[in-house]
Design a protein around this ligand. Structure first.
Ligand code: IMP
Ligand code: MG
Length: 180
């Protein structure tokens, strides 16, 4: 897989340091509360487990699967709920864990959806923020890194479902796309 990577943006060590910092920030923010941490599958799975292990407080965890990309590097614009959470979030303090916020559509869909179900508060922790790609307004409360307007893979992030298991985050060589 390393041969398909043009450059590394964030090393394993940089990612782990960001997870520690975010864990501290989240812990400070939710003092005295028992949040429901909702990880957005599949991309945020690595990030979620690394951050929550840095948060020494009671919480619940759940998972939601939404899709909008359908195996390309361009957002289709339409967000679909693929697999729902099983937690009743009514009256709960919810923390959404995302891998990356680009157009903001996925996040807006999730926030609107959880609001409708009566969550008491909804905050967002994202590993990566790509503000150049924003189409709808969607703000994150906790951000790991602001990324340039490039398609990135690794540490949960995929291209056509591959490269999620890379331990670092990088940019793919252009020829990897043209072969598809
Ligand atoms: P948004 O709805 O455009 O904000 O995109 C959110 C979702 O798109 C993320 O959860 C990712 O799955 C995917 N995505 C956006 N940018 C990238 C990228 O650079 N690499 C891999 N996936 C991406
Ligand atoms: Mg995703």
């Amino acid at each position: 897989m390393d041969n398909d990577i043009l450059k590394v943006l964030y090393s394993e060590e940089e990612i782990q340091n960001a997870c520690k910092r975010l864990g501290e920030e989240v812990k400070d923010d939710y003092r005295g509360k028992v949040p429901v941490v909702i990880s957005v599958l599949k991309g945020a799975i690595f990030f979620t487990t690394d951050v929550v292990r840095n948060i020494d407080m009671k919480m619940e965890m759940d998972f939601i699967d939404v899709s909008s990309y359908h195996g390309t590097t361009q957002s289709s614009g339409e967000v679909q709920l693929v697999n729902d959470i099983s937690t009743d979030v009514s009256g709960r303090d919810v923390l959404i864990m995302e891998d990356i916020v680009e157009t903001g559509r996925t996040l807006k869909f999730l926030i609107d959806n959880l609001k409708e179900r009566g969550a008491n508060s909804i905050k967002v922790c994202t590993l990566l923020d790509k503000p150049a790609g924003r189409v709808v307004e969607a703000k994150s409360d906790f951000i790991g890194f602001e990324v340039p307007n490039e398609f990135v893979v690794g540490y949960g992030l995929d291209y056509a479902e591959k490269y999620r298991n890379l331990p670092y985050i990088g940019v793919l060589k252009p020829e990897v796309y043209s072969h598809n």
